[in-house]
Write a protein that binds this ligand. Structure first.
Ligand code: NAI
Ligand code: A1CAB
Length: 282
């Protein structure tokens, strides 16, 4: 029942329009994806009203209705809600047979397909919130049965949100989750810590925050636009015997690289744990 006449611009249905789906939708619409080809659902109308007003997309609290319109269904509820949502969506999915794109952390394609109860084409995606600005990084894994045309749909969506990166092994999606899915929060935390350090050095709170935020934004742009490797950019700031060298030596002595590695491992392990916990029969 897939609507092949609309194949080049598939109709999308986002099931669970929360933080991440909203960032994706706003990013897609800002990059010119037709709002008339996007549906989004939530449990109540309140969170949908603002999204509809800002973007002009279709919204509904009826997951079946949204699914019935869609060539591509984005599963965007929390992993803990997924089994219940898929159980109720099963008839609509079986009838319409869309491409399913899950953005849920952890949940494997095997578990998702078991819950869907029928063999549908499935892509696991791990986007991140900068998708809102068209500056996202999205990891992608195609489970079996995804057609070449459906891959082009996914590529188009990922490029409208920023950059897409296909991986060949599903397990790598957990690593992507730990680096870029959760990654924006790490940079936000570092920015908060830098602002607090500015206050500790005697700066006003608002000034310390403005300096930390503008520095993060500037450094991010240099990383993205200069073409230089992060290490080279770091070296260009670091005068021998100067202030940066003193701070970097402190980071090194305190084991920053090891700490970052441990944090990323904790995120990846949590993704696997979520998958194990949720796929266990009750
Ligand atoms: N927030 C992020 O940065 C990222 C989140 N993800 C994944 O995206 C998914 C959603 O995460 P968030 O957007 O952060 O969570 P969220 O809680 O903001 O959004 C989920 C939304 O689903 C709605 N919902 C719950 N049950 C529903 C149902 N039966 N029908 C329709 N809507 C329903 C909730 O009301 C909520 O608004 C998760 O699976 C998460 O792993 C993936 C990448 C990044
Ligand atoms: O924290 C989480 O579980 C989700 C997945 C990646 C970012 N947010």
């Amino acid at each position: 029942m897939t609507n092949h006449t609309q194949a080049s611009t598939p109709t999308l249905a986002f099931i669970g329009a929360g933080n991440m789906a909203t960032a994706m939708i706003r990013g897609l619409v800002a990059q010119g994806y037709p709002a008339a080809r996007i549906w989004a659902t939530n449990l109540t109308t309140e969170p949908l009203a603002q999204l509809a007003m800002q973007t002009g997309i279709h919204t509904t609290t009826d997951n079946d209705l949204a699914c019935q319109q869609a060539d591509l269904v984005v599963l965007a509820v929390k992993p803990q809600m997924m089994a219940e949502v898929l159980q109720t969506l099963r008839p609509a999915l079986e009838f319409k047979r869309p491409l399913v794109l899950s953005i849920a952390a952890g949940l494997t394609s095997a578990t998702l397909l078991e819950w869907i109860g029928t063999d549908l084409p499935l892509v696991r995606a791990m986007p991140n919130t900068p998708a809102l600005l068209g500056a996202g990084a999205t990891g992608l894994y195609a489970a079996a049965a995804v057609t070449a045309e459906q891959r082009t749909w996914v590529d188009r969506i990922a490029s409208a949100m920023g950059q897409g990166f296909w991986v060949d092994e599903e397990a790598q999606i957990d690593a992507v989750t730990a680096i870029s899915g959760s990654g924006p929060a790490y940079y936000f935390l570092f920015t908060e810590a830098l602002a607090a350090a500015g206050q500790a050095l005697g700066l006003r709170a608002d000034l310390a925050q403005a300096l930390a935020v503008q520095t993060a934004a500037g450094a991010g742009r240099m990383l993205a636009e200069s073409g230089d490797a992060p290490a080279l950019l770091r070296q260009k700031v670091t005068s021998p015997g100067g202030t940066t060298a003193a701070a970097l030596a402190c980071f090194e002595q305190q084991g920053l690289a090891e700490l970052v590695e441990q944090a990323a491992q904790a995120a990846a392990q949590r993704a696997q744990q979520l998958a194990d916990e949720l796929s266990r029969p009750c």
